[in-house]
Design a binder for this molecule. Structure first.
Ligand SMILES: Cc1cc2nc3c(=O)[nH]c(=O)nc-3n(C[C@H](O)[C@H](O)[C@H](O)COP(=O)(O)OP(=O)(O)OC[C@H]3O[C@@H](n4cnc5c(N)ncnc54)[C@H](O)[C@@H]3O)c2cc1C
Ligand code: FES
Length: 306
């Protein structure tokens, strides 16, 4: 943890406006470091979304409000170059002062980050059917997970990603997704992981009109004759996570949820990120847990409110 909390300065390699869908509001930030501790999908970074003390504002930036606290972002991808340099990717959607600052980053600038923090997804043995369900800005940790699953040799993996509309889908497409929700190879996943994907949009602007649980229902129907056990990994807005929790419970699937809470420190000191977890040994049947260090990935049935 001490290693994770250490600040690191990295150089921004690329800031890519997500132009593929095209997406209006997300940017992909790739940065390079000489070294970085081991990480796993589901873990997050704390980014300093402001100029370093003593820095002058970058050219053309002018005076802007800069947040005092770091902001948490899931690791959306990671790889190692032949020369050993580490590449980290985050995908950010601008919603406020910190993410607005990230939007103004340019290649060659310096980004200060710490991490990795939190408990990652726990990957079952091969032979299990795995479904990665992501909504909007909850998609990034599942991209990194797709790379890891491919490295581990998992073959039975399906991806279901949802967005409110076409312009807010933060992942490159290789083909138009099917409107009936049948998974096909239409999303460019890290490491060229060859997994079929279903895409949903609330307004039907592409993919299946509906929400991710509708696509999960399509997937379930296609699997009715198969009896292999299933684990669903999900990350996204609260409403989506509750729906996925309900549906997976009903169908007897194992399920891990990656949840978001407001985070001050990211490593267990400020207590700003509490969530309720089941604990039969306590009178009310639950206790508080810290999302940053006990999570952000929890087993569905450990979470009291889902
Ligand atoms: C573990 C974790 C992983 C995350 N991964 C990503 C990621 O990969 N990509 C990404 O874009 N974002 C991610 N987020 C959310 C991201 O941290 C927030 O969007 C960011 O902190 C907002 O900072 P800001 O300064 O721009 O907004 P602020 O100026 O602090 O807030 C602007 C407005 O947004 C609201 N707000 C702030 N944070 C959130 C939030 N988490 N959910 C809903 N509303 C919020 C505030 O209440 C306020 O109304 C993650 C959050 C967590 C906890
Ligand atoms: S973010 Fe500070 S304790 Fe969790």
């Amino acid at each position: 943890m001490a290693d994770s909390a250490a600040q690191r300065v990295c150089t921004v390699d690329a800031v890519v406006q997500c132009t593929f869908a095209p997406c209006d509001e997300h940017i992909t930030i790739e940065c390079a470091l000489r070294s970085f501790p081991d990480s796993s999908p589901g873990q997050f970074l704390q980014l300093r979304c402001g100029d370093l003390v003593g820095d002058r504002p970058a050219k053309g930036r002018g005076p802007v409000r800069q947040p005092f606290l770091r902001r948490p972002f899931s690791i959306a991808d990671r790889w190692t170059d032949d020369d050993g340099s580490q590449h980290l990717v985050v995908i950010s959607r601008a919603i406020g002062v910190g993410t607005g600052w990230l939007d103004r980053l340019r290649p060659g600038q310096v980004l200060n980050l710490s991490g990795p923090f939190g408990r990652p997804f726990r990957v079952p043995e091969r032979g299990t059917s795995l479904v990665l369900v992501g909504g909007g800005v909850g998609i990034p940790p599942l991209l990194y997970l797709a790379r890891r699953l491919q490295e581990l040799g998992h073959e039975d993996v399906t991806v279901i990603f949802g967005a409110t509309t076409r312009n807010l889908f933060p992942v490159p497409l290789t083909e138009e997704p099917r409107a009936d929700g049948t998974p096909m190879c239409c999303v460019r996943l890290p490491g060229n992981a060859p997994y079929a994907a279903a895409v949903t949009t609330d307004d039907g602007s592409f993919g299946l009109r509906g929400v991710v649980t509708d696509a999960l229902a399509v997937w379930e129907r296609s699997r009715q004759s198969q009896r292999s056990s299933t684990t669903v990994f999900a990350c996204g807005p609260e409403g989506m996570l509750r729906a996925v929790a309900g549906r997976t419970r009903e169908h007897g699937f194992a399920c891990q949820l990656c949840i978001e809470r407001t985070m001050g420190c990211g490593f267990g000191t400020c207590l700003s990120c509490v969530t309720r977890v089941r604990d039969p040994s306590r009178d009310p049947g639950w206790r508080w847990a810290l999302t940053c260090s006990d999570g952000p990935v929890f087993e569905r049935d450990a979470l009291f409110d889902y």
